[in-house]
Design a protein around this ligand. Structure first.
Ligand SMILES: N[C@@H](CCC(=O)N[C@@H](CS)C(=O)NCC(=O)O)C(=O)O
Length: 228
């Protein structure tokens, strides 16, 4: 059986969990927070999610894990059969990660530590997000799914990327980023109503108090070691 390591407040963790639930694969969850020795032992960069495969192999990087799951458990496919169409799905996922997720994440350390985000960071994030908006406008079809008629990995991936864009990117920039892509919000709402997305969201909410306690403890520890 697959073991999924990480915590439910993480959108990367949640997208892998959504894939496992979608494919109705048996898996167990093992709660691990960033910074723990146990996580460092199984994750090369010390980040979640990590999975332990049925063969005992530890894998990290969410998109790599998604591909592994698809290749190992191809029933209920999440990629098109055609190689070109598969590449388009992966292109959407890559663009969403690089130009939507990562610039929005720049704000997280400032938001969690309650410090003002420097204007230079905001300007940089705005520039990268603008590229993401242009690219996703060109790539996303919403007919009815992101890559066309088939529900694919890109639907799951972009949905969880959008949670970070909405929570951090849009709020810090006072810019409704998702509204810049016609069809994105309606598609997002549809997906949020699925039973799986609601299960994942309920688990995320349940984990938030403990996750915030961990974040506070980490910030306090970092402040305590800072020279006066
Ligand atoms: N590229 C990684 C990113 C994973 C990631 O950033 N995870 C966050 C939690 S949402 C994390 O573990 N952060 C801890 C850290 O930055 O040290 C993936 O796709 O899995």
């Amino acid at each position: 059986m697959i073991t999924l390591y990480g915590f439910a407040a993480s959108n990367y963790y949640n997208l892998v969990k959504h894939v496992l639930l979608y494919k109705e694969l048996p898996f167990q969850e093992n709660l691990l927070y960033s910074g723990s020795d146990e996580l460092l032992a199984i994750s090369p960069v010390g980040k979640v999610p990590v999975i332990k495969t049925a063969e005992g192999l530890y894998l990290s990087e969410s998109s790599v894990i998604c591909d592994f799951i698809e290749e190992t458990y191809p029933t209920t496919p999440l990629y098109p059969e055609n190689a070109g169409e598969r590449a388009v799905v992966r292109q959407i996922m890559k663009v969403a990660e690089l130009y939507f997720e990562l610039p929005s994440r720049r704000f997280i350390p400032y938001v969690f530590s309650g410090t003002e985000v420097p204007e230079s960071i905001k300007a940089e994030a705005r520039q990268v997000l603008t590229r993401g908006v242009t690219a996703l406008n060109r790539l996303c079809q919403f007919s009815p799914w992101v890559a066309g008629e088939q529900f694919t990995m890109a639907d799951i991936y972009v949905y969880y990327v959008n949670t970070i864009v909405s929570a951090f990117g849009s709020s810090q920039l006072e810019w409704d980023v998702l509204a810049e892509i016609p069809g994105m919000k309606a598609w997002n709402d549809t997906l949020s109503q699925s039973t799986i997305a609601q299960t994942v969201e309920a688990d995320r909410k349940a984990n938030m108090p403990e996750f915030m306690q961990k974040v506070t403890a980490l910030i306090e520890a970092a402040n305590a070691t800072k020279p006066n």
